[in-house]
Design a protein around this ligand. Structure first.
Ligand SMILES: [Zn+2]
Length: 47
């Protein structure tokens, strides 16, 4: 896939925080930067 061409370190399952655009590993349930939950990033507004 072309994503592998753009990001060599991008692993399958990794996700991008919609709050701060931080790249998080697939094993992370919360954003490494802003602690936003992986699932809640789909539907913000929990606060
Ligand atoms: Zn974040």
């Amino acid at each position: 896939m072309f994503l592998h061409f753009i990001r060599a370190k991008w692993r399958e399952g990794d996700w991008l925080c919609t709050n701060c655009s931080n790249h998080n590993y697939a094993s992370r349930a919360f954003c490494n930067r802003c602690k936003t939950a992986k699932e809640s990033s789909v539907h913000p507004g929990a606060l």
